[in-house]
Every structure is written in C-alpha cells, then in structure tokens.
Design a protein around this ligand. Structure first.
Ligand code: AMP
Length: 292
C-alpha cells in the first residue's frame, strides 16, 4: 500500500502513520524526521535546513525531493510506504508524481486529516507539556509562535494539495477532530472500502472486528469524510486503486460508485469482491442512518 498523509502540523499525522505502519507493515517516510536526523548529524542538508526548520519555514523543494527520491530507491520500499509530511507544496507533488511514474510505483490514496486550527494550538501545548513531563527534549519548532508560522505556510503552500489530489481522485478526507482511536478506525474503514490494502497477517482479525464494530460517524461541522477513488488513473498498476469505490459522507448521505470497468473486459474476481465489500458496507451504513 502506498499512501500520503496530509494535514497541518499537530493534526496527528505522525501518530496515525505509526498505526498504519503497525497494521499494514508498510514503511513510514517522514521528511520532518529525516531532516531532523540530518540536522542532528550536521550533514550538508542538515546545515541548510536547520535555521529554516527552527523558524517554521519550509526547506527548499529540491532538498526534500532529493531525500525522498533516494529513499524510494531502497529495497524496503517494496513493502509499501506512507509519506508523512511530504509533499508539502504543489511542485513537490508534481515531482513526486514524476518520480513515482519513473519508478513504476502507484499511489493508492492521499489521506487528509482535517482539523480545527484553534484545537491545534491546544494539542501542541499539551504535547509539549507531556514531553517535558517525561523529561524528553522538546522540538525547537513546537512553540505557539513557530506553530503559527507553520500553520500559515500550511494554508498557503500545502492546502492547495487538497485540490490537487481531489482532482486526481486520490483524496480521502477524514475528520481529524475525533479521538485518535476513532480517526484510526475511520482511516482503516475507508481504506478497506476502497480496497487499498489488507492488514498484515498478525493484525488481520482484530482489524476486521474493528471495522465491523465501528459506526460511520458524521464528520464535525465544516468538515467531511470522503473517499475518492483513483478510478481513472488506469494503466498497469497493481490494481488496488482501480478497485476503488467512492464513498461520500456529504450531508449525511453515503454513496457508492463502483469501479469503472471497460465493458469488453471481464472484471477480475478481486475487483468484484472489493467493490462488493464496499457496496455492502455502504448499504449497512445507509440502513443504520435511516434507522437513526
Ligand atoms: P514535520 O515534522 O513534518 O512537522 O516537519 C518539521 C519541519 O521540517 C517543517 O516545519 C519544515 O521546516 C521541514 N519539512 C518537513 N517536511 C518538509 C517538506 N516536505 N518540505 C519542506 N520542508 C519540510
């Protein structure tokens, strides 16, 4: 499975990325972590990035693109990955598309964690307090002032990616204001609905149980939970995304659109079962809502 996690600083991308790593056995690629390691090791990249990061700015595109390109070439990437904190600008997203195309890697989905900005400040404050209580070193850019700058750069430079990936039918938006548990469940649910991946063997049973147990939640006001499938990207990928469905939580209505199939071709049985599963899930949700 190949995913991107999108969301402002403090939205919980790191936490959810770790959970996805656990569940699906994929690799987390956090450009923030890689850059912090480079700063600590005082590499040439680290020396360039240090002050920019401390002030809450963005490191130049070419630096992060080069880091990601190198990392994608490594053999462990075959297990799948989750990009956390990259791309952060439209040029980075375009460069990533090019890289993936060249490397014949197919992106399954982009998960956006949508959060309320005023809550972010509180989250950062409590995270800092917890880290201090544990005697851990607090990140230099985890102060309210720097957070304000990081939020501003998110709004102007990163938020356009929501439109970018939505147009490419890759975007899944999740209400990031729910509890960590609920956000995880919602992510797992929509990934299952688009047939993007199976939990790794050890976690399979609890994963299924969770999916069954979790009701579909109406997203917080002003936010929505949608899953847009990359149905038209076509071609010769692994096919997971092409199984995808569209599940929309708009105005309390959940709709499903099955995969686009070329009429002449018999659908592979995997496609049918993924679409069938998603349809069943949506029916269930619709019934529950009608009852409610
Ligand atoms: P993060 O841990 O993702 O919040 O990133 C910490 C800092 O690293 C950011 O505030 C940026 O200065 C820098 N950074 C991380 N990822 C990127 C990226 N994709 N593009 C530019 N700068 C980045």
């Amino acid at each position: 499975m190949r995913l991107i996690l999108l969301g402002p600083p403090g939205a919980g991308k790191g936490t959810q990325a770790q959970r996805l790593v656990q569940r699906y056995g994929i690799i987390q690629l956090s450009t923030g972590e890689m850059l912090r390691a480079a700063v600590a090791a005082q590499t040439p990249v680290g020396l360039k990035a240090k002050d920019i990061m401390a002030s809450g700015g963005l490191v130049p595109d070419e630096i992060v693109i080069a880091i990601i390109s190198d990392r994608l070439d490594q053999p462990d990437m075959a297990r799948g990955f989750i990009l956390d904190g990259f791309p952060r600008t439209v040029p980075q997203a375009i460069a990533l598309d090019d890289l993936l195309k060249k490397k014949h890697i197919r992106l399954d989905a982009v998960i956006e964690l949508r959060v309320n900005e005023s809550a972010l400040l509180q989250r950062v404050e409590s995270r800092v307090a917890e880290m201090r209580a544990r005697g851990e070193e607090v990140r230099i850019d985890d102060t309210p002032e720097v957070l304000a700058k990081r939020l501003a750069s998110y709004r102007s430079l990163t938020e356009p990616l929501i439109h970018y990936y939505s147009e490419r039918r890759k975007l899944l938006t999740v209400d990031g204001m729910m509890t960590i548990e609920h956000v995880t469940r919602e992510i797992n649910r929509i990934l299952a609905a688009i047939g993007a991946g199976e939990a790794k063997a050890a976690n399979k049973t609890p994963g299924k149980a969770l999916r069954k147990a979790v009701p579909v939640r109406r997203p917080a006001r002003g936010s929505k939970t949608t899953a847009k499938s990359p149905s038209k990207t076509g071609g010769k990928g692994t096919g997971t995304s092409r199984k995808a469905a569209k599940v929309s939580g708009k105005a309390g209505k959940t709709t499903f659109r099955g995969p686009k199939r070329s009429p002449g071709k018999a659908a592979a049985s995997t496609k049918v079962s993924a679409a069938g599963r998603a349809r069943k899930a949506v029916k269930k949700v619709t019934k529950k809502r009608a009852k409610a």
